[in-house]
Design a protein around this ligand. Sequence first.
Ligand SMILES: [Zn+2]
Length: 314
Amino acid sequence: MSEAECESRFEALRFASSGGEPFCVWCQCPVVYRITRKVKNRKTGTITQRRLFKCAKCAKQFSVTSGTEFHSRKLSFKKIMLATLLWANGSAGQAALQLRRDLRCNHKTAWLLEHRVRDAMTSYMAGRQLSGPIETDSTSIGGKVRKANRAADRKGQPRRHMEKVTNLSVLRERGRRGRVVPFLGDEAKLVRAIHTLVDAKAEFFVDEHPAWNALFAQFPVRQIKHKVQYSDLRGTSTNLAESYFSRFKRMYNGIYRHFSPQYAQAYNGECAFREEHRGLSNGEQFILMLTGALNHPPSTRWRGYYQRTRRKAA
Ligand SMILES: [Zn+2]
């Protein structure tokens, strides 16, 4: 695919809501003109032509990536497409380090590109209210204590550095097309926020953690005691929620290796997106990821991420 073909593909996805017909991204006016602007490369001095649009109403100029997650992009359309495709191909994601090698770009570029698309993935799922039978569970990652060399010194060592542990939770609808909502926090925090995440008719499947007791008064709850069994003959289990964390931990241990607590929810969101769309082909997942990023406003967190320290110093 040539760069121009990739740009046309971006255009089709960016303006999918109007059947591929470009509209003004600033005032939504449907009448826009196609224009080209000559841009000189400061380093090489070569002149290239940029394809732009100009609005008939507000007269503002914009490109196909203006006002999206790829706003003020530096990478070519081809590389953004390739990166998203390679990332979608990975069953549990793709490390930025590997993407760097595949794209032949800087590690920071690959890492930031992943986070921008991840941001679109997470906000796609935000604000939804789950319904019907829902399985929920929590887990903790990070803070593992390195075992002492001498066996005698290992006695009494704690299993985790509790100040470094990140707690994550998940809510997952039962059924093949069940939706998944990632949550940053432990059981108690999830229970406090439960009414924003589920509707009034929800039914819960939980394990024996005491924090779930607060749910009993508000919803129908079925509890499975893991000390006795993982599932009973009535179909009570939290196996779907456990399987979500199984995937998440493989992603954490096998692909990304480590991430700071401040980024944990971004990875939780990515995992939930992959789990929810696991039935789709990788091509469909790729289109969904790219469309999501192209219809998402520029992320305030990631835009200018590496320039931020410089901005503060100035
Ligand atoms: Zn306009």
